[in-house]
Design a protein around this ligand. Structure first.
Ligand code: AHR
Length: 500
């Protein structure tokens, strides 16, 4: 390992992770990260000061999502008939891959699916569970995998559950009943039902989503912002009567493409601000005519659009906070984000009343992986307000992992996700980056290099996550260690090849 000087040069292309072990790091308060056009064309400077911290990096920033959709559950993580499955029917290969990856939190069971889901169909003896039509994806749901199977699977995977509630066709009373079923020990109707179902100890699920994308006309039970805000407040109150320790997330806008974007969030929060802890955001990106005109340089800059979405949503949360004259600050749950644009219509989203059909099976390429790296950088830079985020989804459905009858396979987007999980520990660093820029319509001047960093105070390790958006050439990066230079440094092995 090389001993680093105060200024270190890294020559890189694509997406890179580098780490330096620092001597005696000190943590101090946050200031705004800035990016400037470099005076020396072609050279990028990253100023690292281990005293400049944005916020602690919650592990839940790198969560994921499993919906009853396509082959995510059936054939993805649960396949009792497979030779690869254990006695619970859990696919051992997928489970092990996810455990090793270290996914901290997993959202379940939807997604659009949850808004028509009756959780009672998915508990109790499997032979008695009904086959139902899932209207969200026109699929036959066998209910052989339900709440208890998911929570047991999560435990085995080392992940926390982020449970979604049906606020579409479901009532607040039924939502509170699920909390009682999952979290109370015994002596009440729903906790005793869980015990009858063979689960003696409560699961103690902490994080809950109050519905899914309720602003969308495509959503089962779609309603106005004021109606949803009132329902979310009522559900939250009833759920907290059962378990006051819950963390509750209200449904924010489904994305900036919605005509009600931000106005939805404001109206919802006017009704339920006092009863919830966080607000959700969703976003999917694509290199298509509508979003980027098929221009890769624009596509690779789209994480800056996510950055803007986060800033705008925080502004609305804080506006309502001002209206309410409360000291309570909401955090954000970016609980669906990914690249998704190739499998958004026709047979790719219609189950045609089959069981576990192949839906949303997007095949990812290199530029998708690069953008995923940029999106992760954006999440790291916004760790002060974004406390949960979920790469949507995890297996088979717009996913880093795909299964077939014999194995589990990694897609390109698996790699940047795995690097964030592996190296982004401790706290998010407030870096100052000087980079040359290029013009992108709608985004202005975009830096060629996108950099985020973390500092792990426990072992004194700094990690830098670098995305090179320059399609034409490699870039030289000069790292300026403002506080103390690392004793050694290394480039991480998992580099992606150059964009050609
Ligand atoms: O992740 C796929 C779908 O995208 C989810 O079901 C829905 O919430 C979103 O529109």
């Amino acid at each position: 390992m090389a001993v680093a000087s105060r200024r270190t040069f890294l020559r890189e292309v694509g997406l890179t992770c580098s780490a330096g072990a620092l001597m005696g790091p000190k943590l101090m308060s946050k200031a705004l990260a800035q990016t400037n056009a470099s005076a020396i064309p072609g050279v990028t400077r990253v100023y690292v000061d281990n005293r400049r911290i944005i916020a602690p990096l919650e592990r839940n920033l790198f969560g994921s999502f499993l919906e009853h959709l396509g082959r995510a559950i059936y054939g993805g993580i649960y396949e009792p008939a497979s030779k690869l499955s254990d006695s619970n029917g859990f696919r051992k290969d997928t489970l092990e891959e996810i455990r090793q990856l270290g996914v901290p939190i997993i959202r379940y069971p939807g997604g659009n699916f949850v808004s028509g889901y009756n959780w009672l169909d998915g508990v109790g003896p499997k032979k008695d569970r009904p086959r139902v039509l899932d209207k969200a994806w026109d699929t036959i749901e066998t209910n052989q995998f339900g709440t208890n199977e998911f929570l047991a699977w999560c435990k085995a995977a080392g992940a926390l559950p982020l449970m979604g509630l049906n606020l579409g066709t479901g009532s607040s009373e039924r939502a509170a009943a699920l909390v009682e079923y999952c979290n109370l020990e015994k002596g009440t109707k729903w906790s005793d039902l869980r015990r009858e179902h063979g689960i003696a100890d409560p699961w103690k699920v902490q994080n809950w989503c109050l519905g899914n994308e309720m602003d969308g006309p495509w959503q089962i039970g779609h309603m106005t912002a004021a109606e949803y805000g009132l329902k979310a407040a009522d559900a939250a109150r009833q759920m907290r009567y059962v378990d006051p320790s819950l963390k509750l997330i209200a449904c924010g806008s489904s994305g900036p493409f919605m005509p009600t974007y931000l106005e939805w969030d404001r109206e919802v929060l006017e009704q339920c601000y006092d009863y919830v802890d966080g607000l959700s955001l969703h976003r999917y990106f694509g290199n298509n005519v509508r979003d980027t005109g098929g221009e890769t340089q624009k596509y690779l800059a789209m994480n800056l659009s996510m950055e803007r979405q986060i800033a705008e949503t925080i502004a609305v949360c804080d506006l309502v906070r001002g209206h309410k004259r409360t000291s309570k600050k909401l955090w954000l749950s970016f609980d669906e984000w990914n690249v998704w644009y190739r499998t958004t219509s026709g047979d790719a989203v219609d189950g045609h009343r089959r069981e576990a059909p192949h839906l949303l099976e997007e095949v990812y390429n290199l530029e998708d992986a690069l953008l995923i790296g940029g999106l992760l950088n954006t999440l790291i830079r916004n760790a002060d307000r974004v406390k949960i985020a979920c790469l949507a989804q995890l297996v088979n459905v717009i996913a880093p992992l795909m299964t077939n009858a014999n194995s589990v396979l990694r897609q390109t987007i698996f790699y940047p996700y795995s690097w964030a999980l592996q190296f982004a520990h401790g706290a998010s660093l407030n870096l100052f980056t000087e980079s040359s820029t290029y013009e992108v319509t709608g985004l202005g001047q975009v830096p060629h290099l996108d950099v985020a960093g973390s500092l792990d105070a426990v072992n004194g390790e700094i990690s830098l996550f670098v995305l090179n958006r320059d399609l034409a050439k490699q870039r030289e990066v000069e790292v300026v260690w403002e506080d103390s230079a690392p004793s050694r440094e290394r480039l991480m092995p998992g580099r992606l090849p150059a964009v050609t």
